[in-house]
Design a protein around this ligand. Structure first.
Ligand code: MG
Length: 257
């Protein structure tokens, strides 16, 4: 017994002497980590792309995009003066590349002379993962809600029919607006069941509108959302078709995470 007590006292003594010998900065250094080293990314200016981004639209062409309902055909929305404008006759467009987890920036403009109300006023959408043709996938709603009421889980910044945005941060029609999103794709088990849900954080004009929400499934216009197993997916922009005037986009870039 004496031996055990002596040993404990000895260890305590050594520890105390050790601690006394160490300077505060030595003690602080014990919790410092030096690797891995984060990669150097040169940030952009005024929402321009950081150095490691993939540019999805640089103002020149739609080389990164195809038609959703015929992916062998190039996207035929209009490119003029550095911006894309929806071609109402052509339907949705989507990226040639597929993505899993990412950070994305885009800018859009509702036409100044927009008319209509509810869902029929500047309706488009950013499909965070396009799981098939038409409107299949997960839609972050784009709509003019500057002075336009609609169901709140369908207004701009909503995860359509799933999550009401935390704020209405609309600018006036005619002004350029931004979306910045962080998307974590869902994962699935071998049997097709959901392993982890998709997660979304979104800022509309710099204002947080979705805060790490866990999606209930893919967007459904009718009925409740549900998941269906998928892998990496293209990103899609919606041509809603009902707008009085078509909306425009510019400066679209993405960083894979
Ligand atoms: Mg829409």
């Amino acid at each position: 017994m004496k031996k055990i007590i002596f040993s404990i006292l000895f260890i305590l003594g050594v520890t105390i002497v050790d601690a006394q010998r160490m300077s505060p900065s030595d003690s602080a250094a014990k919790t410092e980590i030096y690797s891995p080293v984060p990669p150097i990314v040169t940030p952009g200016n005024n929402n321009s792309a950081p150095s490691d981004a993939i540019i999805l639209f640089d103002g020149k062409n739609l080389d990164e995009w195809v038609l959703t309902n015929n992916i062998s055909k190039p996207a035929n929305w209009f490119v003029e003066n550095g911006i894309i404008t929806v071609n109402k006759k052509s339907g949705n467009i989507q990226t040639k590349r597929s993505f899993t987890n990412y950070q994305l920036h885009l800018e859009y403009r509702i036409p100044e002379n927009i008319s209509g109300e509810g869902q029929l006023r500047g309706n488009s959408g950013l499909f965070l993962a396009s799981t098939g043709g038409g409107d299949l996938g997960y839609e972050l709603q784009i709509l003019d809600n500057y002075n336009n009421k609609t169901y709140t889980n369908g207004q701009v910044g909503s995860v359509y029919k799933q999550f009401i945005p935390l704020a209405n941060a609309c600018r006036k029609p005619g002004e350029w607006q931004t979306f910045d999103v962080i998307w974590t794709a869902p994962t699935f088990n071998d049997d097709g069941s959901l392993k982890t849900p998709a997660k979304l954080t979104a800022l509309h004009n710099g204002v947080l509108v979705q805060n790490a929400v866990e999606l209930k499934g893919e967007t459904r216009w009718i009925g409740l959302p549900y998941y269906k197993k998928h892998g990496a997916c293209p990103i899609k922009l919606q041509a809603h078709g009902d707008n009085s005037e078509p909306i425009s986009f510019k400066n679209i870039w993405i960083r894979e995470l």
